[in-house]
Design a protein. Sequence first.
Lengths: 377, 297
Amino acid sequence: MELNVMQPDQLDDLIQGISLADYQVIGPMESNGAIAYEPIESADDLPRGIIDHQRPGKYALQKIQSSRFFGYTVSPFSWKKYLYPPVQTLFKAERNGQGIQLETDSHDVKYAFIGVRACELSAIKIQDKIFLGGDYVDLHYKERRENALIVAVECFNTCETCFCDSVGSGPEIPNGADIVLTEILESGEHYFLVRSETEAGQEILNQISLKDTENNHYLIKDAQLERVRAKLKRKVQTTGLKSKLLKNPDHPRWDEVAERCLACSNCTMVCPTCFCADVFDINDLDGNTKRERRWDSCFTSDFTYIHGGNIRHSVKSRYRQWLTHKFASWQDQFDSLGCVGCGRCITWCPPGIDITEELKALSIPPNQYKKGEINHV
Amino acid sequence: MQLGYNWLIYMDNDSNSIMAFNRHSPLIPGIFEVKSKSKETHDTWSIVLNNKEPCRVETFNPGQFNMLYAYGTGEIPISISGDCSNQKYIVHTIRDVGKVSHALCNLKSGDQVGVRGPFGTTWPMDQLKGKDVVIIGGGIGLAPIRPVIFHILENRDDYNRVAIAYGARAPEEMLYPTQIMDWRSHLDMQVRVTVDSASPKWHGQVGVVTTLIPRLNFNPDNTAALVCGPEIMIRFAVKELISNGINPDEIWVSMERNMKCGIGLSGHCQMGSMFVCKDGPVFNYMDVERYFRIKEL
């Protein structure tokens, strides 16, 4: 729908309007030296004037002289933690003589997410395919997802580790948001360009008195996006990547990266598309039990355990599974890449393994590849 | 929300099978009762499950599995080992090797268990029609393939020559010995059994199951083979079948991987691009042949 102008002090009106529509508003805030996506009450909770510095294995926030609300790039957390919680009770059970009585709750919270980036919205759409697009629908996810309101914010900056354009997930906001914001802070002027993309989004915007745009607003918006695109230095050459990965499970680079990988599972925990889970049965002393689903990682040692042992015992095989899944087998399974280029796995990898660099090395035919040919910085 | 016995029957239009899980989510089991159980070997039991209402249609197809939930202990995938034409009961054969299988083997008649399923692909019964059928089972791997044998016996005219080769570690580890004797008495079925090692009391064949393959009587140009057992056995059995002239795309295998959900949402069972729980467990060999060549996939 049409683009309008919103003043910075109206951002709080937007948040209050969403809150009045019975949403629990989740937004970015500074917490323990990082940006976290947590329940917010007003625009005062937003990390105003805070930017982030991300490099392989490094993350830091900095307070600068700026009134920008959305100056950071991406949080270590992702919206996944709300749509697909890290720990979720599937059911509680009680024993009743020889019988079993199951009990389950329905989740009635409506979430509104403020500040969803292009890559993050792409990630949500990828998880939609997993949990909603197959033969079996995850009703826990469905309930949360269908009730959620998404307020996306266009990036004005990049972090050193992100690469959305080369995997096709940004920097322009893909469709699927309810409201899209562009924060403009230039020539001493500070304002938002705002548009709704759904009826739910328009109903919220109707409550705020927005101004019409002028012609140059479109130019300013486009120019900002182009600046972001030009800043994205990391690239993944996706053409032909799938067959290169699938054809070379014994590429010498897998051994090299396995020497650096700690199999700590950080990459999978921060990844907004990773969906693996385990289940646990937790008993109390009264004889009641509950079954929990928790995020799991293909890097853990017993992930592939069957009677007789683990299928993937080496770190090499686990790293290969993860990266091959993201860029090759995911395409067979869900018809898209499993990566949105948010860069979290690079930033939060303790030894700073950079997947774009690994993919570059793995794209060299094994017989032409020289050990250490593409070195990490 | 109290769920109790509110498991539902979901009609799946394509396969005409029923799904037993709770109305709330495919991740929540329906409740079944242990009708009876019987000891197969020193560590293996068969349990017969039923629900309170009779099932209206075929309950499952040969090759499929259920996720069985033992109260407070956990949930594991177990193949259905019973006869699909019996609409009333679901039979599972379980080897007591881990925490959950131990709990399941210790169930008593009247105890309730959680059941989600049936899940996964099936043995290609229709495609086998008019062909010689070779069935290779190893150890507990006879259980997922037994529904095929029941089906063939009930529809004997649909299939040409039928040969079963079964290998166990030792004579006392053999599953369904009485039934095997019964199958042997059918003149229109070849049944050969071997064990890896045995005491002098054993008068049968000793050796791995692959050694039985050249002695089976089949026409390689019109034969389909079904293989289930430990992965190493599958690997060598397939090799032997191919060297005996069977076309690789006429071979089906049933694979085993770690499974947590049975519906492709928890990621554990991936084998290359396949989710073994929903793209398998039964695969045409040509669809997974490349994965057998990759270590630790």
